[in-house]
Design a protein around this ligand. Structure first.
Ligand code: SME
Length: 137
């Protein structure tokens, strides 16, 4: 069994599974909130390493979702003015808040190199992934 595996290791496996299984999921990561500092912290990811391991609430797509508690689907990152670029190859992004006991404690963030690849199917699927991850926290 995986009794000795930490939740961060399990989340990394989830990131790797999603990134390798879905062709247009090029970068997959989980950020979690530090409520006292009002910052998001990258806890697990698959894809290219990013400089943006700490993101203030309100900044970028991720920081906006920390405050809004709402899914944010970006068809074209160039059309966003409050956006943090991690790589010039990224064209689209989806961020889905992760709720534990009804509270927005973090999020899954996915970048794509394709234009406008995300649909409501991705939103429902990633909401389910987050609800499963919440159970191991
Ligand atoms: N693009 C994100 C920052 C995180 S990177 O995509 C990994 C944003 O605007 O919040």
């Amino acid at each position: 069994s995986n009794d000795h595996e930490t939740s961060e290791q399990r989340m990394k496996e989830v990131c790797e599974l999603l990134q390798t299984s879905v062709g247009y999921y090029d970068w997959v990561g989980f950020y979690f909130a530090n409520e006292a500092e009002k910052t998001l912290h990258l806890k697990a990811f698959a894809g290219e390493p990013t400089d943006h391991t700490v993101i203030p609430f309100g900044k970028g797509i991720c920081g906006q979702v920390a405050i809004s508690n709402k899914n944010f689907v970006v068809a074209d990152v160039k059309a966003q003015d409050n956006y943090i670029a991690c790589s010039i190859t990224v064209k689209a992004e989806i961020v889905i808040p992760l709720f534990k006991d009804g509270k927005n404690i973090g999020q899954i963030d996915i970048d794509s190199h394709l234009e406008d690849p995300f649909s409501e199917v991705d939103e429902r699927f990633l909401e389910w992934v987050n609800s499963e991850v919440a159970e191991i926290l």
